[in-house]
Design a protein around this ligand. Structure first.
Ligand code: ZN
Length: 411
């Protein structure tokens, strides 16, 4: 078999591009490095390092760092990831509200928009709004559409991650099986990644406060209850994408409260925001803005007023959560459990209940260094995580390879 000379060099260029993408992973920590350091880190020859750095420089993903172009016209010696090279979109589409942000490759939000938008209006209306929001954010930030590298979206229901299609989501009529990436790609020719809201919140929380932690559980307590699990530094979605779906786990030794799913005593039926509010005698089901919004407002207000019955109920909800989380601790041994979602704004009382049970029911070795804390990213956990999902994809070796093959963009 023979290969033409030009074919061989095209193949070599292609392979070089793929390896340049792998190379970029080394620079993602943001630390500027010299060619010599990069050669040392990779064990590659200086000439190979130089050619990969040049590829990334020409794509704009890497930039010379500082005023290092020292003496006699020598090329710059320090290089770093250029966070401004491209932008990504992170969208957190909740049950009643949407938050969309434009972020650079370093995860810094450069523009954002929030809108009251019930998810039950259906995919056509919601995604048409999202598409318009992305166009608006790009304009606000003064970036052309060609600067957009990827879009990450979180949805309040189960999603098949590989295809970006929701799977029988309970509160999202019309969304079952809908091709979410396909709809957005009608307007933007970029990769679109879709995941459930709790998974992206786990990613956002880790990015914000726990970058060095590889074993983290993010528990969202709102209308629903669910967890995003990061183990071994990677998000664990499970075989069907339902890993961490804790809402309908039966609380051991808990009450037989009927649940919307048809079973009794589910975690959601005894510890969610609306469940707590109903026990306080608050009519949340007919509230404007949705039961979750009303429930979290009422609970927060009564806690501020020092209402003892509310304190007792919130703490009890914490203990119910704790008894389910104690099993999770035995199973996956996280080093951090972050509690987020609207009910977590009830703060210390909820956390106290969780800690009370988790620390007494788990083995000492599992809880020795376990921290149970409230969310640092707060309401932005979702958009930050969706942006991180998009960035991880945009900077992956495959995406860099594709970017290098695409016709050169004009500035
Ligand atoms: Zn249930």
């Amino acid at each position: 078999m023979t290969t033409s000379a030009s074919g061989a060099s095209a193949e070599a260029a292609e392979a070089d591009l793929a390896r340049a993408g792998e190379f970029l992973q080394l620079l993602r920590d943001g630390r500027p490095r010299t060619r010599a350091e990069l050669a040392q880190l990779t064990g590659m020859a200086r000439s190979t390092v130089a050619s990969r750095v040049d590829t990334l420089l020409s794509l704009g993903y890497v930039a010379p760092f500082g005023g290092a172009s020292s003496t006699g016209g020598r090329p710059p010696s320090l290089f770093a990831l250029n966070p401004q090279a491209r932008v990504v979109v992170g969208a957190d589409l909740g049950a009643t509200h949407a938050l969309v942000a434009l972020a650079d490759l370093g995860g810094t939000i450069v523009a954002e928009v929030r809108e009251s938008l019930p998810i039950d209006r259906g995919p056509e209306e919601v995604l048409a709004w999202l598409s318009g929001a992305v166009t608006g954010l790009l304009a606000d930030a003064g970036r052309p559409a060609s600067d957009l590298a990827a879009i990450g979206i979180g949805l309040p229901g189960p999603v098949e991650f590989e295809t970006g299609r929701p799977v029988s989501p309970p509160i999202m009529p019309g969304w079952d099986g809908f091709d979410v990436p396909g709809r957005l790609q009608r307007d933007f020719d970029v990769p679109v990644l879709v995941d459930n809201d709790v998974n992206i919140m786990a990613l956002g929380e880790r990015k914000t406060a726990w970058q060095d932690v590889d074993e983290l559980m993010f528990v969202k307590v709102a209308t629903g209850i669910g967890a995003g699990i990061i183990a071994g530094g990677r998000l664990q979605r499970g075989a069907q994408g339902t890993a961490g779906d804790l809402g309908h786990v039966r609380v051991p030794g808990g009450p037989d409260t009927p649940c919307a799913c048809g079973n009794e005593g589910c975690l959601e039926a005894v510890a969610s925001g609306p469940a707590l509010a109903r026990r306080l005698g608050v009519d949340v089901d007919s509230a404007a803005g949705g039961p979750e919004h009303k429930a979290s407002k009422v609970i927060a207000q009564r806690l501020r007023d020092g209402d003892l019955e509310t304190v007792r109920l919130v703490r009890e909800a914490g203990r119910h959560l704790g008894s389910v989380l104690a099993s999770c601790v035995s199973l996956i041994n996280p080093s951090v459990i972050v509690v987020g979602g609207s009910v977590s704004q009830a703060g210390e009382h909820l956390l106290a209940g969780i800690r009370e049970v988790v620390y007494t029911r788990s083995l000492p070795l599992a809880t020795k260094h376990l921290r149970i804390v409230t969310s640092t990213a707060g309401a932005r956990a979702g958009v930050l995580g969706a942006a991180a999902l998009a960035t991880d994809h945009a900077l992956s070796p495959g995406a860099i390879e594709a970017a290098g093959r695409a016709p050169r963009r004009s500035a």
